[in-house]
Design a protein around this ligand. Structure first.
Ligand code: HEM
Length: 89
């Protein structure tokens, strides 16, 4: 098993591993292209996602509709993710 949540935060691969940093994917920095396994949201190796190009196309269409029709704002400032699953504790 591999965990994208962990591997996408490796400081060996990403300059600001714990920050939302879309500039890391620009042609100048291209941190996602350091190796075939740096960015694994679509898997990797023999069974890598064959729908990646279609998925990106769909995501662009979805965001185009959302951004045209809605004004988005943050509901929570300084949101901290909660990775626990022990809701009953
Ligand atoms: C954001 C959207 C998507 C994400 C995040 C995603 C992610 C992934 C990942 C991580 C794998 C590898 C699974 C593994 O290693 O066992 C995979 C495999 C696969 N994906 Fe996607 N996928 C997406 C969209 C799509 C779409 C739109 C299609 C088809 C239209 C598709 C078709 C497939 C197929 C057929 C495989 C299996 C490839 C193989 O086993 O050789 N995916 N996907």
């Amino acid at each position: 098993m591999v965990s994208p949540a962990v591997s996408h935060r490796l400081s060996d691969c990403f300059h600001f591993p714990n920050r939302y940093d879309p500039d890391g994917f620009t042609p100048e920095r291209a941190e996602d292209r350091k190796s075939p396994y740096t960015l694994i949201g679509f898997g990797g190796g023999r069974h890598r996602c064959i729908g990646q190009a279609f998925a990106y196309q769909q995501v662009k269409v979805i965001w185009t509709v959302l951004l045209r029709q809605f004004e988005l704002e943050l509901v929570h400032q300084n949101y901290e993710p909660d990775y626990t699953t022990n809701d009953w504790l």
